[in-house]
Write a protein that binds this ligand. Structure first.
Ligand code: FAD
Length: 323
């Protein structure tokens, strides 16, 4: 397989079910905006090549999965793919697995690493990474001065999508194991998720609740609004600390970073640590009884009022539109 001079190598995460992770579409969209995507997938599933093509990868390299070792086999595959493709940049999801691979690969290959990027572009010297930092208060552009940058892309941050490729060229990648020490996987227990709601990370819409909800029982109002909107449910740390919801719901500096099209903040004051995880949302709606709450500084739409009065009316209005 010959690779274009402007190739962008894109490592796509694979879910335990064998499907490509949701982040794949944004990664390939970002790659196509700055060059020619070459997807790398570490998987034994037959369908992944066609799936990557449908998301815009004209070339796909598939490396066999090594199911009893963590991370190192993926880094080995990435090293083999980078040697073959000689890309202008390497894009990886900013997922837990992606960050692990990116850090190890960058250290191993002495590449520059740009982490948690919300966009990419190209200038005369190469690929530029765009970061949103300090809770979204500053935008920072970063580029590396040697070699291909390794870039981890925040899930949900990229809107661009690449055109589907009907018959991508799919090749099996030969990977020589590096023999580097790896944690071994004894067993995987799938946690049964009973929720029909979208996953918080990478969701297109998020409704979050804060301490203003007052109790675990009343937090159900957040879930009701989320369900009417088809949104994921998030929370502030104060709501998590108060036990209204599990920690996995926390949005912010020490929780999940989200970049949805719509973020609705209910009874959340808008502390800097909360904003750090949601300020890149496209449209922010805040409902808070305190008109001076900092969340209104970044909200596109705000309602100053008691959420227990406003939200039921909002739900009723949305349901009436659906009917
Ligand atoms: P509060 O600040 O108490 O705000 C509650 C809001 O609800 C108020 O604005 C109030 O006016 C409003 N309200 C109350 N009743 C109603 C009502 N009936 N109707 C409408 N509005 C009402 N926080 C995070 O969220 N995520 C993080 O990842 C995070 N990481 C942190 C890391 C560090 C190192 C530190 C020090 C802090 C971190 N925090 C984080 C905590 C953060 O500083 C805030 O304490 C937290 O975000 C506050 O949550 P809150 O807005 O729900 O609560």
């Amino acid at each position: 397989m010959a690779f274009a001079d402007d190739s962008i190598l894109v490592l796509l995460d694979v879910m335990p079910s064998g499907e490509l992770a949701k982040s794949a579409a944004g990664l390939l969209g970002a790659a196509a905006s700055v060059g020619t995507p070459v997807a790398l997938i570490v998987s034994d599933a037959d369908s992944v090549g066609a799936a990557a093509g449908a998301l815009g990868a004209p070339s796909v390299l598939v490396a066999p999965a090594v199911s009893d070792q963590l991370t190192v086999p993926v880094v080995d595959a990435l090293a083999a793919a980078a040697d073959l493709v000689r890309p202008d940049a390497i894009l990886i999801s900013n997922s837990v697995e992606g960050r692990d691979v990116a850090g190890r690969y960058a250290a191993r290959s002495r590449s520059g690493l740009c982490a948690d990027v919300v966009g990419v572009s190209r200038d005369a010297e190469g690929v530029v990474a765009h970061h949103s930092v300090y809770g979204g208060a500053y935008n920072v552009d970063a580029s590396v001065t040697w070699g291909a940058p390794v870039i981890t892309v925040r899930q949900g941050a990229i809107e661009a999508r690449a055109d589907a490729v009907e018959s991508p060229s799919v090749e099996t990648l030969t990977v020589a194991p590096s023999g580097k020490r790896a944690a071994s996987i004894d067993k995987i227990d799938a946690a049964v998720v009973t929720s029909s709601r979208p996953e918080l990370r990478g969701a297109g819409k998020v409704v979050s609740g804060g301490r203003g909800l007052g109790s675990q029982e009343k937090f159900a109002l957040v879930e009701q609004l989320a369900d009417v909107l088809g949104a994921a449910v998030g929370a502030s740390r104060a709501a998590v600390d108060a036990g209204y919801v599990p920690q996995s719901y926390q949005v912010g500096q020490t929780g999940v970073s989200v970049s949805p099209q719509l973020y609705v903040a209910l009874g959340i004051s808008g502390a800097i640590q909360h904003k750090a995880g949601m300020q890149t949302a496209k449209t922010i709606v805040a409902i808070n009884k305190d008109g001076d709450a900092p969340i209104f500084e970044i909200a596109d739409f705000g309602v100053v009022g008691d959420l227990f009065t406003v939200v039921p009316q909002l739900i009723a209005a949305l349901e009436a539109r659906k009917a």
